[in-house]
Design a protein around this ligand. Structure first.
Ligand SMILES: [Zn+2]
Length: 503
């Protein structure tokens, strides 16, 4: 029986770990995909800090596995009396479950067997994840004929440099420039006159493998599934005559980030050349950027830097000498160590702040108009309220997973050359935006590119920019309004306290 039911046993064990992490919701399609798109380092760092849940699962299910192997080996048969009593318990359980399901159907119109009944939802999501994985594997065929027909609207071909920095797990709540009580962004504060800081920015997804492709493509202005037939922003810039680079400090994981990143003329995954136990600092990306911009000839350049930013384990994300808030050695990711986790997290924010400042310094050093856009794929929960949520990518999002920074820095040369774009950008700073929706269109517009799929109403430097209802991509890839994605009262309060629009 144990081995016949192994699929359910696997799903049960997985679910227990997730309940420990998120406290609610079934195993999502994204969670299954995370298993195949994550990497050994990430798993190590995460599991190493979830010892209680993992131990519990190991004892219960490891014990079961051992017992079942023994009884197969010894050909032992369970006593009839025992089987009968288990049968009774099971049938009673099924009967109660049946009554509960019928009751739920009659009182809640949104109740769905495939979404709300465990383990049906877990199995259904596992089935969907196979389909999604296959769609991804077939991407090179389904996107092969795609073109943006992009062209530059600027007559001259003088050098211009655009750098898109995609952060990881950075929540705006812990950034000094977003009103945090600690000054975690001293460098950004200093250069704020050249920054357009978007105060009300939300991501449309709390998972890396969805959010990053959205930032790198126009799919947020269409259906999510158009991801399978389109190419990304690197192709648009390339078609418009730009040289393009993609430098990543994350491991390849077979997701769309790899596919879209590989569209660049020059794609480097810095972790390709290091072993899985080695840490690589995000400053490696700066070295690559520096090399690129100093060899800039007459070309226009577009670079994407994909950081590892503030991903757990936080204390591994910055060099020791950048440990500003102490103590910050994470011994366990348990809520009783929240202070240490926050210190370590804030150190990652300060390190990112330093990195962004170095990037702008590098850009100031070249004789060309330049732009740096910084945002993060999603935020993070760090045991912030009674729900005791930790990390991100939970099936239902939270305020802190959705609210991310969105900043655009422009050089003086750029401001002088395109004053109208710069002032329009600043005039839109207080408006509510979806980072996943505006990043693509704003960057194209700032770079003077016109293309199929370019929508001026989603460009923050365009006079026709229009505020739209903010949406969230569900686990089943539907776009839903914010008041229908499981945010709780404590999240909505945070919107109010921070003067952000909801829904
Ligand atoms: Zn992420």
């Amino acid at each position: 029986m144990f081995w016949w039911l192994f699929l359910f046993i696997f799903i049960d064990a997985f679910q227990i770990v997730l309940l420990h992490l998120f406290g609610e919701s079934p195993i999502a399609v994204d969670m299954f995909l995370n298993v195949v798109t994550t990497n050994a380092t990430e798993v190590n760092e995460l599991l190493g800090n979830l010892i209680p849940a993992v131990l519990f699962v190991f004892v219960i299910y490891g014990g079961g596995i051992a017992l079942s192997i023994c009884s197969i080996k010894n050909q032992s048969i369970i006593a009839l009396k025992f089987r009968q009593s288990v049968r009774h318990i099971t049938l009673t359980g099924l009967l109660i479950s049946g009554i509960l399901v019928v009751t739920n159907y009659s009182i809640d119109k949104r109740f769905e067997l495939l979404d709300d009944v465990f383990p049906v939802n877990g199995c259904y999501n596992l089935y969907l994840s196979f389909g999604r994985y296959a769609d991804g594997a077939n991407y090179h065929n389904t996107s092969s004929g795609f073109t943006y027909s992009a062209y530059s609207t600027r007559p001259d071909s003088v050098p211009e440099v655009y750098v898109m920095v995609i952060g990881e797990t950075m929540r705006a709540t812990n950034m000094g420039i977003y009103g945090y009580h600690r000054n975690t962004t001293p460098m950004l504060n200093k250069m704020s006159s050249d920054l357009a800081i978007f105060s009300d920015a939300l991501t449309m997804s709390n998972t890396t493998h969805k959010s990053v492709p959205m930032l790198m493509s126009p799919i947020a202005s269409e259906q999510f599934d158009s991801l399978y037939t389109q190419r990304g922003i690197l192709t648009a810039f390339k078609e418009a005559g730009f040289e393009t680079s993609f430098y990543s400090n994350q491991r390849r994981n077979g997701s769309f980030i790899d596919f879209l990143g590989s569209e660049a003329n020059d794609a480097v995954f810095v972790k390709d050349s290091v072993s899985i136990v080695d840490n690589v600092s995000d400053s490696t990306l700066l070295v690559l950027l520096n090399k690129k911009i100093h060899n800039l000839k007459s070309k226009k350049l577009f670079v994407i830097l994909h950081c590892y930013g503030s991903h757990f384990n936080y204390s591994d994300r910055y060099p020791e000498e950048y440990a500003f808030y102490k103590p910050c050695t994470v011994v366990s990711a348990d809520k009783e160590y929240r202070n240490i986790l926050i210190n370590a997290y804030d150190n990652t924010v300060r390190y990112t702040d330093y990195l962004l400042w170095r990037i702008t310094k590098a850009l100031e050093g070249i004789d060309a108009p330049s732009v740096m856009l910084y945002t993060s794929d999603h935020g993070e929960d760090i045991y912030d309220d009674y729900r005791n949520r930790f990390l991100h990518a939970s099936p239902t999002p939270t305020f802190n997973q959705l609210r991310v920074p969105f900043l655009i820095w422009t050089s003086k040369q750029y401001q002088n050359k395109y004053p109208e774009l710069w002032t329009t950008l600043q005039s839109n700073c207080k408006k509510p935006i979806s980072t996943s929706l505006v990043a693509f269109h704003t960057l194209l517009d700032m770079g003077g590119i016109n293309a199929k799929y370019f929508c001026p109403e989603h460009s923050l430097c365009n006079k026709s920019f229009t505020v739209t209802k903010r949406l969230y991509v569900t686990d089943h890839n539907d776009y839903k309004p914010l008041d229908d994605v499981g945010l709780r009262q404590v999240d909505i309060q945070q919107f109010k306290q921070n003067n952000l629009r909801f829904p």
